[in-house]
Design a protein around this ligand. Structure first.
Ligand SMILES: Nc1ncnc2c1ncn2[C@@H]1O[C@H](COP(=O)(O)OP(=O)(O)OP(=O)(O)O)[C@@H](O)[C@H]1O
Ligand SMILES: [Mg+2]
Length: 105
């Protein structure tokens, strides 16, 4: 198992209220497996993907667990996360032409 997400939740505080964007999801991904999350706009796909890379918005509250290669991503220091991004975890953002521009190797 390369990735294990357990009871992951993420949300924001607004006007003293907790607005929950993702309310407790769990899934596992094996090395080499292609795993797809499909959902309506605003259902939390991007927040989930960003959180796997440790890039959740700093204003967000998170709970649960995201383990990548048996280590907890939600508690890793920024310096360690930065070393993982690129060599181990890559992201193609929602505007793919800016990520896959051939003049930016
Ligand atoms: N930084 C933020 N502050 C407050 N709310 C946010 C923030 N980022 C996302 N949200 C809210 O969290 C919810 C989930 O957003 P997310 O971008 O993960 O959805 P999505 O499934 O990727 O949608 P889409 O298909 O439109 O890309 C939305 O209601 C969004 O408005
Ligand atoms: Mg999105």
């Amino acid at each position: 198992m390369i990735l294990s997400v357990r009871d992951f939740a993420i949300g924001f505080q607004r006007e003293g209220q907790n607005l929950v964007a993702v309310d407790g999801i769990s899934f596992d991904v094996e090395a080499g497996e292609t795993f797809v999350i499909i959902g309506e706009s605003g259902s939390g796909k991007s927040l989930t993907g960003m959180s796997i890379a440790g890039l959740q918005p700093p204003t967000a509250f998170v709970s649960g667990s995201i383990r990548f290669k048996d280590r907890e991503m939600l508690k890793r220091p920024d310096a360690e996360l930065r070393k993982l991004r690129g060599p181990e975890i890559g992201l193609i953002y929602q505007d793919p032409l800016s990520s896959l521009n051939p003049v930016w190797p």
